[in-house]
Design a protein around this ligand. Sequence first.
Ligand SMILES: *Cc1c(COP(=O)(O)O)cnc(C)c1O
Length: 365
Amino acid sequence: MTIPTPYYLMDLSALRRNMEIVARLREASGAKALLALKCFATWSVFDQMRDDMDGTTSSSLFELRLGHEKFGKETHAYSVAWADHEIDEAISYADKIIFNSLTQLDRFADKADHIERGLRLNPRFSTSGFDLADPARPFSRLGEWDLDRLEAAADLISGVMVHYNCENADFELFSAQLDRIEAEFGAFLKRLDWISLGGGIHFTGPDYPLDRLADRLKAFSDRMGAQIYLEPGEASITNSATLEVSVLDIIDNGKKVAIVDSSIEAHMLDLLIYRETAKLPMQGGHAYQIAGKTCLAGDIFGEAQFDRPLQIGDRISIADAAGYTMVKKNWFNGVNMPAIAIRDEDGTIRLVRDFTYDDYRDSLS
Ligand SMILES: *Cc1c(COP(=O)(O)O)cnc(C)c1O
């Protein structure tokens, strides 16, 4: 079956490789793994993830509801701030609710007294090098850090969530920062039943020392006497999707530019925000800049190399299009959204969702 471009193509063999690593880590460490839906919420492949993960975690009411309806198992509810009109519905879906601040905990603790309650702890350091994504940035609103205030709330909560890693592929750094958390907050953490270390540990990446991570998590769990949770987003689905596009036009204004039927602004926005380029083919001596079809001057995916000159109609596959990509697609310029297709493990490709003018129209009124 040929599916018209553009489309995101989920590769179930690649997803399976990641899920096998998640399963090994859970088994060896005793930690539970929850999918962070803000990174990836393509629910048509949840059937291929459910057995190897313990559930989902969320950053809003809608993510929470999606996790509850489409993934099931354990559902953690977190939001930077719950509104009064959201809280009852949120509690109805959640196994645990994690408040971002002591004011939110105080405000809603009674309503949530029949489920597990937690707080976000901000250790005031992180591995993020980009202030936009740094939970430890100055004046950060993400979590509480004052030990006296945390101790005072300890009777209302059974656990904490600490999210401070960001694409951290360095096990030594992870381990050293966990030492710091133990040193600074250990006495408080020992009073709790569960500790979530958040996401951002790149343990499905190449050559990651998985056994050392498992041992470190297990030792931490044993010393704290607590169930450890991880909330992998990117690590769960890294390299498991591509964005498939076609060349619409080729121009030469001192440089060869291939315009494709997609847009980095609309279909891979995260790259633009973090000033990264797309992962494009890099084989051969024919160089092109690959650019999007919106009227934004900087709608440029990046530089690519091909082993023969490109022709109009040629297909290009852009790698690593799952995390923070499909969840961020938007209707900028009215460019149609990429469809969503799945490549099964036997190689069959099936279309699971496509978008039309009606979807565009109905996203506004
Ligand atoms: C973003 C986020 C995650 C997932 O982070 P990844 O880097 O995608 O693993 C997990 N937990 C919380 C609280 C987050 O904000």
